[in-house]
Design a protein around this ligand. Structure first.
Ligand code: NAI
Ligand code: NA
Length: 395
């Protein structure tokens, strides 16, 4: 079929297998030239199909020849209906990894559930024996608690006061004011339940009990801080509480891993266009200004550049630098004072009329379409493609 983008607000209902494949191959090629010395060998990535998790899987596999198991929650294709992009990404990754002689298998289902944890542990036992790295890169709006069956929904709201500021609808380019009313106590609790550290800890507990964590095992989860501009909706809002919880969980996990000299880290990453971040109000305007400034300074990075730097300059470097709160920082370039001063200056001026010039609205839009395999260079979108692509290990 011929597949075209069908957008609805900040989501796209279709995705293109060839474009997704090209994105994956581009990331593989980037990492191949930047090997990771003393990198991981047997890796589990949770949230491995898109964004930072996909980049982590690719960096482990192609930076250090690691065997990878990728867990994710994606929609398979049906006749005339394309799969979700993470499905096509994973299909392309596995196919290429297998060609290159790398072990790669996938697990598709709700990673919050006990069932998927058991299935993953069984696969590790059968094929790898143990893992030396677990990357936790889940981003989800909902979580069903595995023990109680209770379903939690996360929200993106400020705490305490109504927040009013500008945002942009990147489809139309319109810069307009939005107001978000403050959350309830329950909203905080629910968001922490979905995006906090409880599930990460459950994974580690169960993997450890099963005896599948190697000595010197490492685990990393991803967090975000960002500037004061976005603080009310992000770091000091409901999602920020979840990230506080996630960061605190790293210390608890490290304690629980003492006997195997294991370590849990949180890495604070840069703001990037992903399916998860495009849903957050105000962030799209911030990102389009940030991209402009960082590209001008030659320090712009996407997911693969960020994660390759995480592995090479932090996680597997001789000295692992962390901040005063014990966090790994690869948002260092985003947070540079000169970058933030410039972004803030532009923020104050931004209007519908001038944003295409003072901001990188085009870059934002291209990145958004790229997430779904559209507007990718070198892909012929007039050509018929087979939407019924399968993931080799899931056949
Ligand atoms: P994403 O939306 O690209 O990836 C989410 C992944 O989680 C996908 O692989 C998806 O299949 C998987 N997933 C979702 N629900 C699942 C479930 N129930 N079971 C199994 N898998 C499930 O998101 P992104 O942006 O890569 O986010 C990953 C982490 O990075 C999140 O913790 C996010 O907060 C963090 N982060 C994101 C930043 C950004 O600007 N995008 C910046 C800094 C941190
Ligand atoms: Na991810």
């Amino acid at each position: 079929m011929i597949i075209e983008p069908k957008t609805r607000g900040f989501i796209c209902l279709t995705s293109h297998p060839k474009g997704c494949e090209q994105n994956v191959l581009n990331q593989i090629n980037y990492v191949k030239e930047r090997p990771v010395k003393n990198g991981p060998k047997k890796v589990l990535v949770i949230g491995a199909s898109t964004g930072f998790g996909l980049a982590s899987r690719i960096t482990a596999a192609y930076g250090s020849k690691a065997a990878t198991i990728g867990a994710f929650f994606e929609k398979s294709p049906s006749e005339g209906r394309p799969a979700s992009p993470g499905w096509y990404n994973s299909a392309a990754f596995e196919a290429q990894a297998h060609k290159d002689g790398l072990y790669a298998k996938s697990i598709n289902g709700d990673a919050f559930s006990n069932e998927i944890k058991v299935q993953t542990i069984d696969l590790i036992k059968a094929d790898l024996g143990e893992i030396d790295l677990l990357i936790y890169s889940l981003a989800s709006p909902v979580r069903t608690h595995p023990d109680t069956g209770e379903r939690f929904k996360s929200v993106l709201k400020p705490i305490g006061n109504t927040f009013t500021d500008n945002t942009v609808d990147f489809h139309t380019g319109e810069v307009k004011e939005i107001s978000i009313s403050p959350c309830t106590e329950d909203d905080i609790k629910n968001t922490v339940n979905v995006m906090g550290g409880e599930d990460w800890q459950m994974w580690i507990d169960q993997l450890k009990s099963a005896g599948v964590l190697s000595k010197d095992f490492k685990t990393v989860a991803y967090s975000y801080i960002g500037p004061s501009l976005t603080e009310a909706v992000y770091r000091k809002g409901t999602i920020g509480r979840a990230k506080d919880h996630l960061e605190a969980t790293a210390f608890k996990i490290t304690d629980a891993l003492k006997d195997i000299d294991g370590k849990a880290y949180v890495s604070v990453n840069k703001a990037l266009v992903t399916q998860a971040s495009s849903a957050i109000p105000v962030i799209p305007l911030y990102i389009s200004l940030l991209y402009k400034v960082m590209k001008e300074q030659g320090i712009h990075e996407g997911c693969i550049e960020q994660i390759e730097r995480l592995f090479n300059a932090r996680l597997y470097a001789e000295n692992l630098e962390v901040d005063e709160a014990g966090r790994i920082r690869i948002d260092d370039w985003e947070m540079r004072e000169d970058v933030q001063t410039k972004v803030l200056e532009l923020w104050k001026q931004a209007t519908t009329k001038n944003l295409p010039e003072i901001g990188d609205l085009k870059g934002y839009e291209t990145d958004f379409y790229n997430l779904f395999g559209f507007k990718v260079q070198g892909v012929d979108y007039d050509k018929d493609v087979n939407e019924m692509v399968s993931i080799p290990s899931l056949q």
